[in-house]
Design a protein around this ligand. Structure first.
Ligand SMILES: N[C@@H](CCC(=O)N[C@@H](CS)C(=O)NCC(=O)O)C(=O)O
Length: 197
């Protein structure tokens, strides 16, 4: 049973699981964070973004979660407490919901390390019925798209490279072929462009 504030009935603490830009740019106050994973989902660059990392003409590609019982996705869970709960949810509702097209779901989060109890965590997922959803494409195609897109939060390439950097630094045991093949494709495009200048 989650601790509730007896006066408002609102949760006095909440875990929020990030697996994309949230792992390197949460931009909300939190009490503590923990690297770990959720089961039954795979991370894919199948969601479009016409605000943060793209625009209406050239939507960027950002990550979402696709249900798959055989997969798990590593990221970071952030515990927010007290006033941080309402503040973080208000902020993420705009960043993820209004501007990103994500919806929320509760999932079981497993912290890395021995004998760490799992916790329920809130996660933002963009489903296939979302108007910004782009769906599957080859790593090469996704890499090209990311290499040429930018939006109000910066270049789509930064989004990709910072996520790859997080996975290498914090989850070196995880082989994320989807992520690293897209990273290689995007960097190949960039190297061609630089070589042609
Ligand atoms: N919900 C995922 C993905 C979040 C994500 O990448 N959302 C985009 C919205 S389309 C975002 O916040 N981008 C901010 C940025 O790119 O700086 C997560 O938990 O990290």
């Amino acid at each position: 049973m989650k601790p509730q504030d007896i006066t408002t009935g609102k949760p006095s603490s909440l875990w929020i699981f990030g697996y994309g830009s949230l792992v390197w740019k949460p931009d909300f106050k939190y009490r503590r964070s923990q690297v770990g994973y959720i089961q039954g989902y795979k991370r894919r660059f199948w969601h479009g973004d016409n605000f943060h990392r793209g625009n209406d003409e050239l939507p960027g590609r950002v990550v979402t979660l696709i249900e798959d019982d055989d997969e798990s996705t590593w990221g970071v869970a952030f515990e927010v407490t007290g006033s941080q709960v309402e503040e973080s949810l208000k902020y993420l509702n705009v960043r993820e919901g209004v501007r990103g097209g994500y919806v929320t779901k509760m999932v079981e989060f497993f912290p890395e390390g021995e004998n760490q109890p799992s916790v329920q965590a809130l996660v933002y997922i963009a489903t296939a019925d979302n108007t910004l959803y782009l769906g599957p494409a080859s790593s090469e195609m996704i890499g090209v798209q990311i290499a040429v897109c930018r939006g109000k939060s910066g270049h789509n390439l930064e989004y990709l490279l910072r996520l790859a950097e997080f996975m290498r630094n914090s989850c070196p045991q995880v082989e994320d072929h989807h992520l690293f093949s897209i990273e290689a494709a995007a960097l190949t495009v960039v190297s061609y462009v630089l070589a042609s200048q």
